[in-house]
Design a binder for this molecule. Structure first.
Ligand SMILES: *Cc1c(COP(=O)(O)O)cnc(C)c1O
Length: 408
């Protein structure tokens, strides 16, 4: 066990000042939640906005509402490489998972495979398109392919709150979009989810579903308060070794579990989010600086293959983790081992493609997803969050230099 400075792979800090705001928010109750909700609606310039307990709860509610409108369609098309929360939410909504392979160079859908899938399967209720690590997926191209098919595009902007592409906010270009406010995302209120849509019809359904979620309780506010206090301390690199060493926390693991809680957003969380536009923009500036650092300095290591949209190299995105493919497996193991030993925050991503989840039934039984498999086996991410110091960055470069000198 390592008891020393350890970087988390991703982190959106929660400060004591924010926790005080959260406490005050909990005293104001529903008005505090309404304030946050209407600020979001103004900022993202959308017709309808809802807040609830998590990103997966947000996706579940969107899917349930769509299914109410189209009860004849029960399949949801998703990339074979994404967060396990996505299939969890689909199953929770009572629907079936249909997979499409991705392109490892972009992490976006493999578009020719997407067209094949649409031809050979039943018409899906929706396509869920993620912006993994904050890298914008090509929603415009997706929309072209789906143009005449009347298939809803749900933008999974769980990792991309506040990010933009061509002057539009990620999460506002699909028919519906959602953000996650969980720890390790672009901005955090401990947990939380946000739904955005311009569709009046869909919003009416969503609003009906959300009203059925359980109501505010003092106990819930208290739980979030305790959790926020713990997170604000334990996400610091000086203490992060502690939660990392407790196996029961399963930190950094992504788990498939359709039995997650579906709940309201608490007034404590709404208070915790106070001043979010300013805070998001400050966090983004730091992450952009680090993204540009990795872009510049990792090019020295020819065995690291950067994943970045080829025609957007001059755009510095505020990613939440900087993704890289290491095609040589023993080098990858070496990097991860060294990171673990020295607390460098370099981590693998999702442990397997979605078809590798044992308990999950998919509609494309027997198909393989080589692009997704490649990513789960070869991808690692470098930390870009605001706890990363100049010494940390140098330490990471030194680790890579050592491996390169020794083994290449
Ligand atoms: C985190 C995440 C989710 C789910 O959000 P939670 O708030 O953790 O439920 C969905 N999709 C992606 C891509 C994510 O990273």
């Amino acid at each position: 066990m390592r008891i020393a400075r350890t970087l988390p792979p991703a982190a959106a800090p929660i400060r004591l000042r924010n926790i005080l705001d959260g406490f005050q928010g909990s005293l104001r109750g529903q008005t505090e939640i309404e304030r946050f909700r209407s600020e979001l609606q103004d900022y993202f310039q959308v017709e309808h906005c809802f807040v609830l307990s998590s990103g997966k709860a947000a996706l579940t509610v969107i899917l349930q509402s769509l299914y109410n409108q189209h009860p004849d369609r029960n399949q949801v098309l998703i990339p074979a490489f994404t967060c396990y929360s996505v299939p969890s939410a689909i199953v929770r909504a009572g629907l079936k998972v249909s997979l499409c392979d991705i392109d490892p160079e972009t992490l976006d859908f493999n578009l020719s495979k997407l067209q094949e899938n649409l031809k050979s399967n039943k018409k899906p209720l929706a396509v869920v398109c993620p912006h993994l690590f904050g890298l914008p997926a090509n929603i415009a191209l997706l929309r072209n392919i789906l143009a005449d098919l009347d298939i809803t595009i749900i933008e999974d902007a769980a990792q991309a709150m506040g990010g933009t592409e061509n002057k539009y906010f990620l999460g506002t270009n699909g028919d519906a979009g959602f953000f996650s406010l969980g720890r390790g995302k672009a901005f955090s209120t401990v947990q939380g989810g946000i739904i955005l849509t311009d569709s009046d019809q869909l919003a009416k359904e969503i609003s009906r579903t959300i009203q059925k979620l359980s109501d505010q309780s003092v106990a819930k506010n208290l739980k979030h308060l305790v959790y926020a206090l713990a997170l604000s301390a334990l996400m610091c690199p000086s203490l992060f070794w502690l939660p990392k060493a407790i196996p029961g926390l399963r930190l950094g693991e992504t788990i498939y579990d359709p039995k997650f809680p579906m709940d309201n957003f608490s007034s404590f969380q709404a208070g915790l989010a106070r001043n979010w536009p300013k805070r998001i923009s400050a966090l983004q500036q730091v992450r952009q600086k680090n993204v540009s650092f990795w872009q510049k300095h990792l090019s020295r290591f020819p065995w690291l293959q950067t994943i970045y949209p080829k025609n957007q190299l001059s755009n510095i995105y505020p990613l939440i983790r900087y993704p890289v493919l290491i095609k040589n497996n023993s080098l990858r193991e070496m990097v991860l081992k060294s990171s673990h030993k020295h607390g460098l925050g370099i981590m693998p991503s999702y442990p397997d493609s979605i078809d590798g989840i044992q308990e999950l039934e998919i509609v494309n039984n027997g198909q393989t997803f080589p692009g997704a498999k490649e990513c789960s086996g070869k991808l690692v991410t470098f930390p870009v969050h605001s706890y990363v110091t100049r010494q940390d960055r140098q330490g990471i470069l030194n680790c890579l230099e050592n491996i390169q000198i020794k083994y290449i």
